[in-house]
Every structure is written in structure tokens, then in C-alpha cells.
Design a protein around this ligand. Structure first.
Ligand SMILES: *Cc1c(COP(=O)(O)O)cnc(C)c1O
Length: 388
């Protein structure tokens, strides 16, 4: 028996970073100003412009941007906020931070996103806001949600953490929300190491978020630095330190310039998966909804009972082949942090099914045809019933 050649490990994700980011960082270091300053300002305006919104407020993460979004929307104790359980736990946590109650709603069985119907089923007399999520980059169907929420005077916060570059009816996602938030964690589409952004067309909310993220100081640190005799500052309310650094923003500006290439590469890889996996019995592949396009931040598949093995069985087969895949999106209501909380108690059947059956396949710019063939081959072999 001859030993099998050791195959290179295939990761689920790898950020697209290059010399340009390194040079941008070196420039900031040489400038001597590394905290929030001119680069953050430039990144904010470039990002907002690219998303078709008036104001961008950079933050330390998407989670802190979500927290600020709820604060500027006036959400607090006694308020209910509808959120999907099928989301990264930060979506629900931000509601808990402000002392409001997250009320979990179900999702559409095809897209995995909240809909006007699933939100409606979770409304209470105390519902003041909803956090809608473009899960894994798949755009949500905003128009019906907007009319439902306008009718009930409910603030729409869009957690677009994964969705930069995704479109809804030909425009970037996020534009129709009252406020949207974005993540620049390396697991997402663009990265600044850690980082986030809040976008809104409301000048008053943007101004308050800008102040809140910097301890609610009446004069920003950058402005104080600009004058020899620093003016005295007031602390207008209890704020936070949720600032992004100029080091991160400089990387973000370069990353934003890569967005078109990143999107094209990811959609290319997704097309290869579709070509290689269409027709495999018991497998359902994520796809563009009729009203928009996904950035394929996640290329997920649903493993149906008619597949050769279970979702966890397929994960094991892939791991044996040196391929790192991941379980699909988590369900917050099943986690210890939320299991015992009062969350309205709705039925979350599609959430639980997708949480049990979905799996995320590798997508990153360096994943080549050889790697894709290996992944597709391993999945096809499992589907053919090689269960041991
Ligand atoms: C990743 C993610 C977050 C958190 O983003 P951070 O920048 O890591 O704080 C929030 N919501 C969703 C839907 C996410 O996928």
C-alpha cells in the first residue's frame, strides 16, 4: 500500500490582503497619528458614498455599531426589538445591551432571512424596532418590511454585517433602512482586522452616533489636537469608546478599492459550485433571490434527509479530505445565553431546520480550480452513499 499524498488544507475563508494594505499602514505609522483621525474621516465618506447613503460613522466593530444604532434610535428598557434567532449572536446581544428585550422571529425557509410575515408574527404591543439581517450576504426583501414597519411606526435597523456588495432591486442593501451597520471582521467581505460602520441618511442620528462613540465629548480628540490651546470639552451624556483607528481606516480604504474584484471572484467561485453540485440529490444550494444579488459572503448548502449522510456526517467527510467547512448560521435562542430568557416564545421551525441542516463551504480569492474540484468531489462521494 502506498501512502496517499498529503493534500494541502483548504480553509473556509482567507482575507484578501496585499502589499497595498501594508504600504497604507506604513504611511499612517510614518504620519505619527494612529488613532481616529483623517483616515477614519476619509474611509467614512468613501464608504457612505459607495453605499449610496449620506453619512458613515466608523466604529470598533459591527457589534458596537449595532449598540450605537439602538441608542440613537431611542431603544431602551421596556421596548421589544424583533430580531432573527438565525444570526450571529451579536444581533440579539446589542438589544440586551440597551436593556430592551430581543423577541426572536423565524426566517424564510429558502433565503434564511426575516420577512414581513415572520416579523409580523413576532410583534408585541411594545415593539419599537426590528433588526433585519442580510444573512450570509443574501439580501432581504426590504419593501414589504418597510411598509409593515412604517404602518406600525417601528424603526428598521439593518444588520448588513455580511452584506457589503450585495444588492436589492439594483441598489446596495442598507439604503432603505433607518440605519444600517457593517462589519470589517476578517470573516466578512472587506476587513480592517476588526472594525465596523454605521450608515444612515439621518444627519441627527449620525451626529449623535459620532459623539457617542467618542465618550460623548463635545470636541473630538482630533480637533483638540489641531489647536495649540485645546478648548475645554464637555461630556454631554454617558458615551463609549467605540472608535476605529486610522491604522484600520487606512486598510479599509484600500479594501474598499478591492470590493469589485472580491465580489467578482466570489461570484465566480459560487458559479463553479453551482455547476459542480447542481443535481446532487438531497442538496439545496444558496442562490440569488429574485429581487437581488448576494455577495456570497457564505456559500451555504442545505443537506436534506435524502442526501447520503447528515450535515455533520458531511462535515466529517470534508474534514477527512483536508477541507475545512463550517456549520451554518447559529440560532441564538438555542444558546445558553438566551435559552432561559423570555423572548416571546414564537415558533422558530425554519430557523431550527436551517440551523440543523446547513453547512458553509470555502470561498476565498485563492481557492483555485484544483481546490474546488476536491471539495465538489468530496461532496459528490458522500452523496453517493459512502456512509461508513
Ligand atoms: C459578524 C456579524 C456581526 C458582528 O460583527 P463584528 O464586526 O465582529 O462585531 C453582527 N451581525 C452579523 C449578522 C454578523 O454576521
Amino acid at each position: 500500500m502506498t501512502a496517499e499524498p498529503v493534500l494541502a488544507r483548504i480553509n473556509v475563508m482567507k482575507p484578501w490582503l496585499g502589499d497595498e494594505e501594508a504600504r497604507a499602514l506604513a504611511d499612517v505609522v510614518a504620519s505619527g497619528w494612529v488613532a481616529q483621525g483623517p483616515k477614519v474621516k476619509e474611509f467614512e465618506s468613501r464608504f457612505a458614498e459607495s453605499q449610496g447613503v449620506r453619512h458613515g460613522v466608523a466604529t470598533s466593530s459591527c457589534t458596537t455599531a449595532l449598540h450605537l444604532a439602538l441608542v440613537v434610535a431611542g431603544i431602551g428598557p421596556g421596548d421589544d426589538v424583533v430580531v432573527p434567532s438565525l444570526s450571529f449572536i451579536a444581533t440579539a446581544n446589542a438589544v440586551t445591551y440597551v436593556g430592551a428585550r430581543p423577541v426572536f422571529c423565524d426566517v424564510d425557509p429558502v433565503t434564511g432571512n426575516v420577512t414581513a410575515e415572520t416579523i409580523y408574527a413576532a410583534l408585541t404591543l411594545d415593539t419599537r424596532a426590528v433588526i433585519v439581517v442580510d444573512q450570509g450576504g443574501v439580501p432581504l426583501d426590504m419593501d414589504p418590511i418597510r411598509s409593515l414597519c412604517d404602518r406600525h411606526e417601528i424603526t428598521v435597523i439593518e444588520d448588513a454585517a455580511c452584506a457589503v456588495g450585495s444588492t436589492y432591486r439594483g441598489r446596495p442593501v442598507g439604503v432603505d433602512a433607518d440605519v444600517a451597520v457593517w462589519s470589517f471582521h476578517p470573516r466578512k467581505i472587506l476587513t480592517t482586522g476588526e472594525g465596523g460602520m454605521l450608515t444612515t441618511n439621518r444627519a441627527d442620528w449620525a451626529a449623535r452616533a459620532r459623539t457617542l462613540r467618542e465618550h460623548s465629548m463635545s470636541v473630538s480628540a482630533a480637533d483638540r489636537h489641531g489647536s495649540l490651546l485645546a478648548p475645554p470639552e464637555d461630556y454631554l451624556e454617558v458615551g463609549f469608546n467605540y472608535r476605529m483607528t486610522d491604522l484600520q481606516a487606512a486598510v479599509g480604504i484600500v479594501q474598499l478599492g478591492r470590493l469589485a474584484a472580491v465580489l467578482a471572484r466570489r461570484r465566480d467561485i459560487a458559479a463553479r459550485y453551482v455547476a459542480g453540485l447542481t443535481g446532487v440529490p438531497g442538496l439545496r444550494l444558496v442562490s440569488d433571490p429574485p429581487y437581488g444579488t448576494t455577495n456570497f459572503q457564505s456559500f451555504w448548502v442545505e443537506v436534506l434527509p435524502s442526501f447520503g449522510t447528515t450535515r455533520d456526517g458531511l462535515l466529517e467527510k470534508l474534514a477527512e479530505a483536508g477541507i475545512s467547512a463550517r456549520r451554518g448560521i447559529m440560532a441564538a435562542h438555542r444558546q445558553p445565553a438566551y435559552r432561559w430568557r423570555d423572548s416571546g416564545g414564537g415558533l422558530l421551525q425554519h430557523t431550527e431546520r436551517l440551523n440543523d441542516r446547513t453547512l458553509i463551504l470555502p470561498v476565498y480569492h485563492e481557492l483555485d480550480d484544483g481546490g474546488l474540484d476536491r471539495i465538489i468531489g468530496a461532496i459528490r462521494a458522500s452523496a453517493a452513499g459512502t456512509r461508513t
